[in-house]
Design a protein around this ligand. Structure first.
Ligand code: CTP
Ligand code: ZN
Length: 155
């Protein structure tokens, strides 16, 4: 590595969220619960150069796994992201995030009159209509939401 190149260090144990669209890392980070009493080191690369993608964002979280619902949320912001699980510097598991066909409890319907937004709310449930462009439909009121609306409505 020459001195002109600043790379984000490899991690010993933890999770790497890679191939995030340029500029979206902070949005991805905001959906992960980062407890202030847990001392996970987190490295964030925004618009770093990538052989494959030109530029990309990357997040490395030490000593932390992701829950399924967190991976599902990430897929709604960064559908082409890759998750790598690192143990003792080695990648022990690597998988692409996958948009779920049924999206349960992680998005709030943007229709204020939807039954899921009433006083005694029902858990939101959406069906995936299209990946590109990203479109989901509420199973209760049939409201269709696009990427911008989904991003604004993640629970
Ligand atoms: N990584 C890390 N710490 C390790 C091992 C890997 O932070 N101990 C990171 C790498 O920096 C990379 C990601 O995990 O961001 C995936 O690693 P790897 O599969 O080795 O990278 P690439 O071959 O570049 O993957 P891809 O082709 O998916 O871009
Ligand atoms: Zn609805």
């Amino acid at each position: 590595m020459d001195e002109q190149t600043l790379k984000i260090s490899k991690i010993k144990d933890g999770t790497v969220i890679d191939h995030i669209p340029p500029g979206k890392a902070l949005r991805v980070l905001s959906i992960l619960r980062i407890d202030d009493h847990v001392e996970n080191s987190i490295s964030i690369g925004i618009r770093v150069t990538s052989r494959r993608l030109g530029t990309k964002d990357v997040i490395k979280i030490e000593n932390r796994d992701l829950e399924k619902f967190e991976v599902d949320k990430i897929s709604l912001i960064a559908p082409d992201a890759t998750i790598s699980i690192v143990s003792n510097y080695e990648i022990i598991e690597k998988f692409p995030v996958e948009l779920p066909q049924r999206i349960l409890g992680i998005v709030k319907c943007s229709n204020a009159n939807c039954i899921t937004n009433m006083k005694e709310p029902v858990q939101g449930e959406f069906s995936l209509l299209s990946k590109k462009p990203l479109l989901i439909r509420c199973n209760f009121c049939e409201r269709t939401m696009n990427e911008r609306e989904i991003t604004a409505s993640l629970i």
